[in-house]
Design a protein around this ligand. Sequence first.
Ligand code: 13P
Length: 266
Amino acid sequence: MATNNRTPLISGNWKMHLNHFEALKLVQELSYAVSTDDVEVVDISLHPPFTDIRTVQTVLESDRLPFHLGAQHCHFEAKGAFTGEVAPSMLAKLNVSYVIVGHSERREVFGETDEMVNAKVKAILANEMIPIVCCGETLEEREAGEADDKVRTQVTAALKGVSPEQVGALVIAYEPIWAIGTGKTASAEDAQAMCATVRAVVQEISGNDAASQVRIQYGGSVKPVNANELLTQPDIDGALVGGASLEADSFARIVQYRLHENDSTS
Ligand code: 13P
């Protein structure tokens, strides 16, 4: 397949880890571990817990570090009586660029529906941030041959009412649920096949331009040892990384996946 113009996006989803002191330390370590050469060829986003975002924003901006600020979640309403929730505009005010939407942990543990995901995608776009829309199947669904249908349904619902231009600018993360935090990674072939399916769905809904522009990440036990194989697949444009993003060394080696073709050290 021909090369494309999509800049890979490597995102660190810190989940519910690291207080703001620990976050500051990790960002500083990352600033030494990642070079300016690295950030010429990949985009990097960091998604700390809400309580760390202001701290991370301050260090990124004062030290002019080449990482985009991200969030893990937000509400779709602009304001109101939603105890514990955070509005998209509050994130935009902190110069957040990317917001993860519909992570399987949000869907499974907190009951987020496809309709809520769609409302969040629109709210994030309205606040000029980029959604990272997650999709992916359970092990049972994969074994029953339903993985394609599940992902097709999730992506179709998430993009409802979103213009082709907006779809082209967003990020979709394919994360098979059975591969998250388990150490089990999808084979490069399976990950590529599912990311190609996601691109085909985008093409059907939003047309050729959107399909060739949308960035599709793979997520699920991405480590330095498997990053090269996964991220050099033609339809995989980056990674959404959980556990391995919590250490500067392993995250930097994923960012530098091009240099680590035969890395078997972790
Ligand atoms: P792990 O990399 O820890 O498997 O987590 C993946 C994930 O859920 C990223 O959003």
